[in-house]
Design a protein around this ligand. Structure first.
Ligand SMILES: [Zn+2]
Ligand SMILES: [Zn+2]
Length: 299
């Protein structure tokens, strides 16, 4: 396999990973050595060298300083510093998936002043009744017009990018999640993507390629091919993730994702440490030998 100059070896990442499934259990059930081992074993199986976790900010009591939405109040039970300390004691990279809440930038910045390797920025809610992925607060009831909704969503995404608070913009077109179960915009989607792409090109934030969309109604990687092409043209770099909520979702759909990135001409992935980023060639690690040095492959 050809290796690009200046790099030791190709690698895969999975950074957008949740140790805890949505809505169930206690922190101790999931922030445990045994659970981490399950995730690491799954990563190894998929040739993923860089595995990081990014728990939802709203699972932590400290998040209520950012937003006091009833959904967050119901979810905020864990202690953020306990999570940071636990993950630091494992081989995992330490991340967090933090919602962008306009008007709370200072409080978000305060909360993020911890020892993270990377921060993933997300828009899941466009205001109080604005959930993009939760029927209980469905945004389609508050903004039923698809063009208005898409325009609003991508305006928020652009604002997230420009805030400078985040290293990665996650599931960049989450608004498409329900696929054909919701009305499609009348305008060419590229018109709606434009503000996000412009913000990305000016900021240097990494754009997440997420296989989570393959598991949702839309059945497609985030971002859509047209949005991904626009990001490439704008000079963006990509971070690859599965948004796993269980060990068997680590590296989910990566064959498809690799084909997708190759088709776009993307040859390198963003790799993070201590909120610094570098680019590494994309490829599956061969596991044995590379890490342990015990292989006899080099003759
Ligand atoms: Zn998310
Ligand atoms: Zn997530």
């Amino acid at each position: 396999m050809p290796v690009l100059p200046g790099s030791l070896s190709a690698m895969l990442t999975d950074y957008h990973v949740h140790l805890r499934p949505d809505d169930t259990g206690e922190a101790g059930d999931y922030f445990s050595e045994l659970n981490v081992e399950r995730y690491l074993a799954a990563a190894e199986e998929h040739g993923i060298e860089e595995l990081g976790v990014s728990e939802h900010v709203y699972r932590f009591t400290q998040a209520l300083e950012i937003w006091d939405h009833p959904y967050w109040e119901g979810q905020a039970r864990d202690d953020l510093d306990g999570y940071v300390e636990f993950v630091r004691g494992t081989q995992l990279r330490l991340g967090i998936e933090c919602d962008f809440v306009p008007g709370s930038e200072d409080r978000i910045a305060n909360l993020l002043e911890r020892d993270f390797d990377y921060v993933i920025g997300s828009v899941h809610f466009l205001g109080e009744r604005g959930a993009l992925d939760d029927r209980r607060y469905d945004v389609w009831e508050s903004i039923p017009d698809p063009d208005e909704l898409w325009a609003t969503y991508f305006r928020w995404q652009a604002e997230l990018v420009r805030s400078g608070l985040f290293d990665i913009v996650s599931h960049p077109d989450l608004v498409k999640l329900w696929g054909d179960a919701r009305p499609q915009p009348r305008r060419d989607p590229r018109f709606h993507y434009e503000p996000l792409v412009e913000a990305v090109s000016e900021s240097g934030i990494a754009v997440e390629a997420s296989t989570a969309g393959l598991r949702k109604h839309v059945g497609e990687i985030y971002p859509a091919p047209a949005l991904a092409e626009m990001c490439v043209e704008a000079g963006a770099d990509f971070a690859l993730s599965s948004d796993a909520h269980a060990p068997d979702q680590v590296g989910y759909g990566y064959d498809q994702a690799l084909e997708f990135l190759e088709g776009l001409g993307v040859e390198r992935l963003c790799v993070f440490e201590g909120r610094e980023r570098r680019l590494e060639p994309i490829g599956r690690g061969d596991g044995a030998g590379q890490v342990t040095g015990s292989s006899e492959a080099e003759g």
